[in-house]
Design a protein around this ligand. Structure first.
Ligand SMILES: *Cc1c(COP(=O)(O)O)cnc(C)c1O
Length: 497
């Protein structure tokens, strides 16, 4: 299996190369040249496997330059004993036809763990093959969740170092504490004076600085990225949609071959794109429902065929979906336009220059055959959390609630009664104050830990261990730097000059 660039179809690299490199030199994203297909028999076989075995099977279809042994070591290292009760992606049935796919039982209580626990193994295994076992140095600029999930994933992984920069005043106190208390010998965390863009621009500048690259090279090191455009972050996400389908069969909820719908609360379009790949591989997914918050650029795109980011940016109670440029959409468009790299490049150029592009009506029709888009605002999100809790005693977080709300809109409009899997992307305790505000507003406290305790009392759900333990942890990192001395911080962390 080879990978090609969305902006130049003739580029061909191995999966190890695609993962080490992250992004193609032409700024395109790597996609598989063909999508592997699972037969009905394959799916039947996978019903009898545990998550780790299913993951190995799916990864094996995409990462054909990894040996069986290597794949086994990667998935075992990532998932064995790392998720609460060893459940990586359990389903929770709520109501007649809907199932929550709970992706937040990992160390940071959000779905990004599923990919970021595995990525370090994929990256180090890839590096051994194509860049001669160099030490991988991961730099992350984060507005909150990605930084912590990446730290947990790379913590003490051999032959890697990770350094996370976060905006001093741009993350919640809980998120800050999650990062500054991070354990591990190969990790560092640093605040930067400024906002997320300053952190992001600083990291990009270091990535592309030839002087820095030469300094690292001299010591047998190289930079890499844990960003969601890396194929190594996408492929682990395909697994859980296939696994969910197998679980539904194994539990007798559906018959083999029966179609299901999938709803995904969407930001950068990575998670829903993984569901699209699962569909292309042969999982009978009828509709993919793309749920957005007030930042509804994707809803408009799916309905009109015009992508237009020239609009007000809203900060919402589902912050991980506050995004106006969904990078991974590029991969979907590439597949839908018949791999027409020229046209795709012109759209992406228009997006950079004018903030806008439009696909033709025929392609829009293709898009709408598979995707349905909808959105809701913060008030609707809170009402949904309240209703779901009242009706089913099930507690969902703000992102998941957006998905539930949009799914209800979809059912109302279409009357579609197909069994449906809703991706549940974060533990409700990660967003305790918004969630408690939805079900018992008078109980919300200024202190997040107090609020989490009260949410636990009101709901009867336990606070995840990882969040609870945070209260008693001591911060290890208190450095704050300016944009100008970020490079110095990187060199100091690596003990090089
Ligand atoms: C990152 C994130 C999302 C959005 O996922 P994408 O893959 O970027 O579309 C949704 N919910 C939560 C909790 C997240 O952390």
């Amino acid at each position: 299996m080879q990978y090609q660039s969305t902006r130049n179809s003739s580029v061909r690299v191995s999966s190890a190369q695609a993962i080490s490199q992250g992004i193609s030199q032409d700024k395109g994203l790597f996609v598989p040249t063909s999508i592997p297909v699972l037969t009905a028999e394959d799916i039947q076989d996978m019903c009898g496997m545990d998550y780790i075995a299913r993951a190995k099977k799916v990864l094996g279809a995409y990462l054909t330059d990894f040996s069986d042994e290597e794949l086994g070591a990667c998935v075992q290292g990532a998932y064995q004993g790392k998720f609460e009760e060893d459940k990586v992606a359990p389903l929770s049935k709520v109501g007649e036809n809907t199932y929550f796919l709970e992706l937040w039982h990992g160390p940071t209580c959000a779905f990004k763990d599923v990919a970021l626990q595995l990525l370090p193994y994929l990256l180090t295994t890839s590096a051994k093959k194509v860049v001669d076992g160099k030490k991988i140095v991961i730099l992350v600029a984060t507005s909150g969740d990605t930084g912590k999930a990446a730290l947990e994933g790379f913590k003490d992984v051999e032959n890697t170092s990770i350094l996370v920069f976060y905006p001093e005043d741009g993350v919640s106190p809980m998120q800050k504490l999650q990062m500054t208390t991070q354990a591990g010998e190969n990790v560092a965390v640093c605040a930067i004076e400024g906002n997320f863009d300053d952190a992001q621009n600083g990291v990009k500048a270091i990535f592309t600085d030839p002087v820095m690259a030469a300094k690292l090279e001299k010591h047998g090191m190289m930079f890499s990225s844990a960003n969601s455009i890396n194929w190594g972050r996408l492929v682990p996400q395909i697994v859980y949609y296939i696994s969910a389908y197998c679980d539904l069969i194994a539990d007798g909820e559906i018959k083999a071959g029966e179609p299901i719908n999938v709803v995904v609360p969407t930001g950068n379009f990575g998670n829903i794109l993984a569901a699209y790949y699962a569909r292309e591989m042969g999982i009978p997914i009828a509709k993919l429902i793309c749920a957005s918050n007030q930042n509804n650029v994707l809803t408009d795109f799916i309905r009109t065929g015009t992508y237009d980011k020239n609009r007000v940016f809203h900060t919402s109670i589902s912050p991980s979906m506050d995004i106006l440029i969904s990078s991974n959409l590029e991969r979907l468009l590439y597949h839908l336009c018949g791999k027409d790299d020229k046209t795709l490049t012109s759209w992406m150029q228009a997006l950079t220059e004018e903030g806008k592009y439009a696909i033709d009506p025929q392609m829009r029709a293709e898009l709408q055959k598979v995707f349905w888009g909808g959105y809701c605002d913060d008030t609707a999100t809170k009402n949904t959390i309240h209703e779901v809790f009242q009706k089913y005693s099930y507690l969902c977080d703000t992102h998941t609630a957006v998905a539930v709300n949009v799914y209800e809109q979809y059912v109302k409009e279409t009357g579609d009664a197909t069994k449906t899997v809703i991706a549940s992307t974060a533990s409700p305790f990660k967003f305790s104050s918004s969630v408690l505000d939805a079900i018992a507003p008078e109980k919300v406290d200024k202190n997040d830990f107090v609020t989490a305790e009260r949410l636990s009392q009101v709901s009867g759900y336990a606070i995840p261990k990882a969040l609870k333990e945070l209260k008693d942890k001591q911060p290890r990192f208190d450095t704050c730097c300016t944009r100008e001395n970020m490079e110095q911080i990187v060199l100091e962390m690596l003990h090089i000059q």
